[in-house]
Design a binder for this molecule. Structure first.
Ligand code: NJP
Length: 230
């Protein structure tokens, strides 16, 4: 079985990606919450898959290197992310730094640890969970949208660097997803958001592209914020 490493796998979109990819991959599930990773591994095990929980803060470069360097990974999903969505003048330095560290700087730590193996084996997938905020701005997004714009620049540059080495780099950019990511907003009583499983399906689609085919960007939105999902 090939191996898929997913960051931010303890809940939300990352957990759904881990469950989905476990159908076709051995999973390494990374996040800080050891208990939630353990229950994820149990769920995957009950479904007949294999999952190794790995409690790790992806912003700690030394810890990431120590835990991951030399690990053979076929699919890396950089999904861990935080969003403190509020006006710039209300953002604290800690909130600003945390978003930059998790959403952007961690891409260096994690990708740097596993990419050399992919290049040496001449195959692999690096998927980043971006956001529609990675190409459009919004009030309250001065830092969050900036980190997701940075994701796009990182991913496209890396794609151009490693495609000839057989490694594919992609960004899956969701619209609004029903997770605990941001405080509940008034959605007009209509349950229209994407489910984490919808995003996981897009990641699985990217990874399953035939060899020789590179899907670089996917934007996935709920069909209509005016209509319930049904
Ligand atoms: O978020 P949430 P989502 N080290 O809060 C982990 C993007 N997105 O699933 O460490 C390691 O449920 C945290 O684990 P833990 C978004 O930007 C979302 O909605 O245990 N892991 C948890 O597993 C992000 O990139 C929406 O706390 C760390 C996970 O990250 C991705 O989707 C829309 C960590 C966060 O789970 C997943 O978001 C959109 C650290 N230092 C893009 N810090 C949306 N939900 O609407 C956090 O366009 N984590």
């Amino acid at each position: 079985m090939p191996t898929a490493l997913i960051t931010g796998a303890s809940r939300g979109i990352g957990r759904a990606i881990a469950r989905r990819l476990a159908r076709t991959h051995d999973v390494v599930a990374v996040a800080r919450s050891a208990d939630e990773l353990r229950t994820l591994a149990e769920e995957i095990g009950r479904d007949g898959g294999r999952c190794r929980p790995l409690a790790l803060d992806v912003t700690d470069g030394g810890a990431v290197r120590a835990a991951l360097e030399g690990t053979e990974v076929d699919v890396l999903v950089n999904n861990a992310g935080v969003g403190v969505l509020k006006p710039f003048l209300e953002l604290t330095p800690e909130e600003w730094t945390r978003m930059v560290d998790v959403n952007f700087n961690a891409l260096y730590h994690v990708t740097r640890a596993v990419l050399p193996g992919m290049v040496a084996r001449e195959r692999g997938d690096v998927v980043v969970v971006g956001s529609i905020a990675g190409r459009s701005a919004f009030v309250g997004g001065s830092c969050y949208a900036a980190t997701k714009h940075a994701v796009m620049g990182f991913a496209e540059s890396l794609m151009l660097e490693v495609r000839d080495a057989g490694v594919r780099v992609a960004v899956v950019s969701p619209g609004s997803v029903a997770t605990g990511f941001s405080p509940p907003r008034d959605r007009g009583g209509v349950d229209w958001q994407l489910r984490p499983e919808d995003v996981a399906e897009s990641v699985a689609h990217v990874v399953a592209a035939p060899r020789g085919v590179l899907v670089h960007r996917v934007e996935v939105r709920a069909l209509s914020p005016k209509r319930p999902r049904g």
